[in-house]
Write a protein that binds this ligand. Sequence first.
Ligand code: SF4
Length: 119
Amino acid sequence: MAFKLFIVDWLIEVLRSISIYFLNHKAYLEVDLYSEQNEEIDMRKIPTMMKKNIIYDKEVVQKRWDICSSCKYLTEGNRCSVCKCYMQTKTKMAFARCPLNPPKWNIYKPGVLNVKSAN
Ligand code: SF4
């Protein structure tokens, strides 16, 4: 019985991890689609997954944008040529991070600036 319980717990954990992965992926797709269709973020119209992930700490968003805007991978349309995302939107998303290894800025954790200086 203990083994069955262990297996069920393990399966629940695996499914939870897969769900989180796809929810984040869905949010990424929503951000990209929204960015393609809108220049500015309008809180009344943004998709739910985006709304849940917006960072309201302007200091963090500004630091991220400062790093991106001086990065050699940022293209004229404000897209990152590495991840192909629109950076003016992506820098406002809590789950987002720079795709470089190591990243120039990372996933947002409230209370932590979580931004490294640009190289
Ligand atoms: S996300 Fe990273 S690689 Fe892309 S433009 Fe910003 S700093 Fe550069």
